[in-house]
Each structure stands twice: as C-alpha cells, then as structure tokens.
Write a protein that binds this ligand. Structure first.
Ligand code: NAD
Ligand code: UDP
Length: 343
C-alpha cells in the first residue's frame, strides 16, 4: 500500500512526507520541480533515515501518471501540486486554470483508469472569500474572489461530482488556513521565490537582514488593533492533519464503497493580527522587526479564522502547536538557511 504525493517536494508535502515515512507508510513523491528543489529529498532522508521514491513529472502529463500508477501499488493520493500565488493568478489566469484545474482533471482521470479511488486535496480557506460569518465552518458560503480561489473551488466541485457519479470514490478536500513555520530540525521549510507574498516569510527575512522592514498592509480594519487577522497553523500540525485524513480510507480499503466527498477545515480556530504576529516573533526570538504601516493590500479581507471542530469529529485532529512554536521554528529554518535551499 503506497501513497502518491503530488507536488511532493513542496513546502507542505515535504513535511507530510516526513511523518508518513516515520510511520512506515510507503510513499512516492511526484513533482515537476517548478517551485521546489530535488535537494529536499536529501533533507527528508536526513530527518527520517529513508529516501523517498521520487518521480520528476508534471501532473498534466497523463502518460507519466499512468506509468506511476502501473509501476507502484498506489491506493491513495495526496494532491498538493499546483500554483499558489493569488496575485499571479489574477495576472495570469490561464496558466492557473491549466496547472490547477486541468492538472487536477488529468490526475483524476488517471486515478479513475487505475481504479485508485482515494484522494486528499489541498484546498484553501480562500474558497470562503469574504467570510459569510466567523468562525468559518464548512457550511459557510463559498464565494471566491480570484482565479486561484476559483481553481480550488472547481477542483472541489469535480471531486464532489465524481463522488455523486459513482460510490467507489472517497475524496477529502482539506481547506487550509495560513500554514507557517517549519520542521523543528530546521532541515525543511518554506523557500519562497523572490520577495515573499506571505507575512511570516517576510518577517523572517526582515529578521535575517535580507529585507529592511515589514510593510503592514492596513491598520484600519475592524479588528483588535486595525491590522488583518488570520488563523495561522504550524505546518507540522497541518501535515499531521493529512495523515489523520488518510485514516478515513481504512474502512473503505476492504470494501468497494467509498466515503464520498468531505470538505474539512484545517485551522487552529484562533485569529491573530499582523501586529500581534510581529510582537510574538519579537518576543520569542528576541529580534526586533522594523515595520511601517502601509495602505491595505488589494483584495485582502479583515479577518479569517476557522471553526476547526469538524476536523476533530471526523478525523480526530486538532492543532497542537501554538504561536511560540510557529515563531521559533520559522526563525530556526530561516536562520539556518538564509538563502532557502540554495547552497
Ligand atoms: P509549494 O509551491 O511549496 O508546493 C507545490 C509543489 O507543486 C511544488 O513543489 C511545485 O514544484 C509542484 N508543482 C506545481 N505544479 C505542478 C505540476 N503541474 N506538476 C507537478 N508538480 C507541480 O506550495 P505549498 O505551500 O506546499 O502548497 C501545496 C498546496 O497547498 C498547493 O496546492 C497550495 O495551493 C495549497 N495551499 C497552500 C497554502 C499556503 O499558504 N502555503 C494555503 C492553502 C492551500
Ligand atoms: N501582510 C502584511 N504584510 C506583508 C504580508 C502580509 O501586512 O508583507 C498581512 C496581510 O495583509 C494579511 C496577513 O498579513 O492581513 C496575512 O497575509 P498572507 O499573505 O500571509 O496570507 P493571506 O492573505 O493569504 O491570508
């Protein structure tokens, strides 16, 4: 029994791979290395003592997928592969639809052919758009505001439609809130290209002197201190959520009837503002973060945080790591790898 992990050398996938290997679950990582580096495989081996099987391929290449399904005894897929920058998706929607929607379509077709019926998909809180209510539970309205969010919703729709078409399928969309931090070893972490879009990678680059100061996008939101509030989740907690979700497939491996479609939030349930995040980073790591208040960033919402109770009732998961660990591990990774995975 093997789990195929698409986007396998990426940020969240590499942390998930570590836990699966540590639990003696066989994995195959597939990635086109568009936004990650093969050196991640060495790091995973350093942490776990096991080298994961790696296939360099694009999920849009169905021949490659067919070969992978023919070669390995795969019974479940965790599908991380995709492009993830909201701004880029607005500027270049076709490449986002191609990679994220067409890529997922090809993957689902290859799974169908190979009779591999269990899928976990990296969805996102962005499917809720401007929140109908807070905290966000899975029944909140889905109303995306950009092509990236639309891609996630379309893939969820494909998954749900497939489950309605045939009861062999088991499909879980995990809606991540804001993943941050890194493995406690400091060997794997987030390696953004160029100027980071996300808050914590930007903060850690300011801390390491790579950037002069943080721009805080807006101080006039309707929040505790006027800056934007998000539900930050430690990447290792998030990775553990995938392993727990795989457990949903145990019951179906012996029968032909799947569990159908489930959407599950993976967040902590706690919202923190940008300024609270900066203060927490400074306190935990003893490093001052210079910042300036700037205008709001286009498309941002004031607050977003999860009702994470469904994850607990369905897969027995809840986030264990708090802000301290997020800040400590993010800085541990950045300070040990100032240039990311570059030598
Ligand atoms: P990442 O860029 O580190 O990982 C994605 C991986 O997919 C990369 O290694 C990339 O090379 C690979 N890839 C991209 N297109 C591919 C293709 N066509 N074929 C094969 N491989 C391909 O990103 P991440 O932060 O680890 O995100 C993983 C997933 O989680 C993505 O689907 C992303 O949209 C989703 N997600 C991420 C966040 C976040 O803030 N990081 C939040 C919500 C959802
Ligand atoms: N943010 C900020 N400065 C930055 C990056 C982000 O003030 O350089 C704010 C952003 O406006 C939002 C929060 O930090 O309120 C989280 O932003 P991020 O891009 O990390 O996640 P997302 O917007 O996808 O939730």
């Amino acid at each position: 029994m093997t789990v195929l992990i698409t986007g396998g050398t990426g940020y969240i996938a590499s942390h998930t791979a570590v836990i699966l290997l540590q639990q003696n679950i066989d994995i195959v990582l597939l990635d086109n290395l568009l936004n990650s580096k093969a050196i991640v495989l060495d790091k995973i081996e350093l942490i776990t003592g096991k080298r994961p099987t790696f296939v360099e391929a694009d999920i849009r290449d169905e021949d490659s997928l067919d070969k992978v399904f023919a070669q390995y005894n795969i019974n479940s897929v965790i599908h991380f592969a995709g492009l993830k920058a909201v701004g880029e998706s607005v500027e270049n929607p076709l490449s986002y639809y191609d990679n994220n929607v067409v890529g997922s379509l090809r993957l689902l077709s290859a799974m169908d052919k190979a009779n591999v019926n269990n899928l976990i998909f990296s969805s996102s809180a962005t499917v809720y758009g401007d929140p109908e209510r807070l905290p966000l539970d899975e029944s909140c309205a889905l109303r995306t505001t950009n092509p990236y969010g639309a891609n996630k919703l379309q893939v969820e729709q494909m998954m749900s439609d497939l489950c309605n078409s045939n009861d062999k399928w088991s499909m879980v969309a995990l809606r991540y809130f804001n993943p941050v931090g890194a493995h406690e070893s400091g060997l794997i972490g987030e390696d953004p290209n160029g100027i980071p879009n996300n808050l914590l990678p930007y903060v850690t680059q300011v801390a390491s002197g790579l950037r002069e100061k943080l721009s805080v996008f807006g101080d006039d939101y309707d929040t505790v201190d006027g800056s934007g509030v998000r539900d930050y989740i430690h990447v290792v907690d998030l990775a553990e959520g995938h392993v727990k979700a795989l457990g949903l497939f145990d019951s179906v491996n012996s029968s032909n009837e799947g569990i159908g479609f489930e959407a599950i939030n993976l967040g902590t349930g706690n919202g923190y503002s940008v300024l609270e995040m900066v203060k927490s980073f400074e306190e935990i790591n003893g490093i001052e973060i210079p910042y300036q208040i700037c205008p709001r960033r286009a498309g941002d919402i004031d607050s977003c945080y999860a009702d994470a109770s469904k994850a607990f009732t369905t897969i027995g998961w809840k986030a264990e790591r708090g802000l301290d660990e997020m800040m400590r591990d993010a800085w541990n990774w950045q300070s040990k790898n100032p240039q990311g995975y570059e030598e």
